[in-house]
Every structure is written in structure tokens, then in C-alpha cells.
Design a protein around this ligand. Structure first.
Ligand SMILES: N[C@@H](CCC(=O)N[C@@H](CS)C(=O)NCC(=O)O)C(=O)O
Length: 221
């Protein structure tokens, strides 16, 4: 059975969404981010990214990781490409060219989009969105998102999905990276194709199932 390491309130959400899409049976090991704990190495601390037991799984001390049989891997977006390739059917590439495009859009999301969207979500996580520094951080991130979002907006012109004519791992990976910026409604109002597309992605039953479990997880630990 597939094991997913990581709480739902983390980038593990992408992998849980993917597992739901694929109808995979999986086991969740709720590893917390060490930064959410006052003393992550205390003997009574909950399993977290700095716990020695988790270091044996991922020496990079980050969630998510997966174990699929004897096979272990890390990096949320790469994990989803692997799951799509192995179990994906229509979510994965049907040709080598489609595989190339799924990888291209995923690397694009990781390199061109996520560095900015993470700044936005962490500003909210830290409760700093109304501070001068926080507003400045969000404004700069939104400015740096302009070019990549303009490219995605024009790619989605006349299309429902990113690659091929169906929902794939590329849609899931990009939607999850962009979710971190969804607090900035003006950004999405300015890009109506992206706004409609992300709503399509997030109306999928598998996304809702992931979110329903995520919502039950405590925000404070
Ligand atoms: N590029 C990695 C980033 C993983 C990452 O930074 N995960 C965060 C949680 S979302 C983490 O483990 N942080 C460790 C900590 O806060 O202690 C991925 O996509 O999997």
C-alpha cells in the first residue's frame, strides 16, 4: 500500500489529492512541520520533520515523502508525476510528448510560480498580511507573478485543461501551487481563464475529499 508522510496542512495535500484522483488505497503518516512546534526534538514532541524517525525516511527533513512498496521518494510535484506515470491512466501522459509537457508545466510551476505563491501563503500563516512588511511582501510577490500568470492565461485561452483535452497531473500540480495565492482575489479577477480553470480543478470530487480531511486537521498543534 502507498504510504504518504506529511500532514494535510502542508504540500502533502497535493499528494493526497492525487491519491484520491487515482482511487489509490493509502496510509497517511501525519508528520508535522518542525517549525510549528516549540521544541521539535523534545521527547514528547509529535512526529515532525526533525524527528529522528522521519530523518530515516527523508534526510532533507521535509514533507511530503512517500513509500510505495520498498520505493521511497520526496518532492511533492515529482511524487505526483511518478504516481501519474505508474497509476495515472488519463492523468498521466499518453505519449512521450505528453510526458514531456507534463514535466515542463510542473517544472514551470515549481520554478516560476511557487517561489512567489509560497511567500503569500506564509505571510498569512504568520498572521502578517495586514502589517506593512507583510503587505509589501505580498505586493512584490503579486508583481513577480504577472509574467507567469499572463503566460498561463493565454495558454488557457480556448482550452479547458493544461495538456491534452482532459484533467492531468499538470492541472493538479499547477492548481495546488496557485492555491497558495488564492487569497489575492484581484490576481484571479485579472485572469479570467485561470480563475475559471482553477474553479474547474477545485470542483473535482477528489479535491473536495482531500479538503474535507484537511479541514478536520487542527490549525494549532
Ligand atoms: N520542494 C519541496 C518542499 C517541501 C517543503 O518545504 N515542505 C515543508 C512543508 S509544506 C516542510 O517540510 N517544512 C519543514 C518544516 O517547516 O519544518 C516539495 O515540494 O516537496
Amino acid at each position: 500500500m502507498l504510504t504518504v508522510y506529511g500532514v494535510y496542512r502542508s504540500r502533502a495535500s497535493r499528494v493526497y489529492w492525487m491519491a484520491e484522483e487515482l482511487g489509490l488505497e493509502f496510509r497517511s503518516v501525519p508528520v508535522l512541520q518542525a517549525r510549528r512546534l516549540p521544541d521539535p526534538l523534545a521527547p514528547e514532541a509529535a512526529l515532525n520533520t526533525h524527528s529522528p524517525d522521519f530523518a530515516a525516511v527523508n534526510p532533507m527533513a521535509q514533507i511530503p515523502s512517500i513509500r510505495d512498496g520498498e520505493f521511497v521518494m520526496h518532492e511533492s510535484l515529482a511524487i505526483n508525476l511518478y504516481l501519474a506515470r505508474k497509476y495515472g491512466g488519463p492523468l498521466g501522459g499518453q505519449t512521450v510528448e505528453e510526458d514531456g509537457l507534463l514535466t515542463m508545466w510542473t517544472v514551470w510551476a515549481a520554478s516560476q510560480v511557487e517561489p512567489q505563491t509560497v511567500k503569500i501563503v506564509l505571510t498569512y500563516d504568520d498572521g502578517l498580511e495586514n502589517s506593512e512588511d507583510g503587505k509589501q511582501t505580498i505586493a512584490v510577490a503579486c508583481r513577480l507573478l504577472r509574467r507567469p500568470l499572463a503566460a498561463l492565461e493565454s495558454h488557457l485561452h480556448g482550452r479547458q485543461w493544461i495538456v491534452g483535452d482532459r484533467f492531468t497531473v499538470a492541472d493538479l500540480n499547477i492548481a495546488e501551487v496557485l492555491r497558495y495565492a488564492q487569497s489575492e482575489e484581484a490576481l484571479f479577477d485579472a485572469h479570467p481563464n485561470i480563475k475559471a480553470w482553477i474553479e474547474r480543478c477545485q470542483s473535482r470530487p477528489a479535491y473536495k475529499a482531500m479538503q474535507a480531511t484537511r479541514a478536520k486537521e487542527p490549525v494549532e498543534v
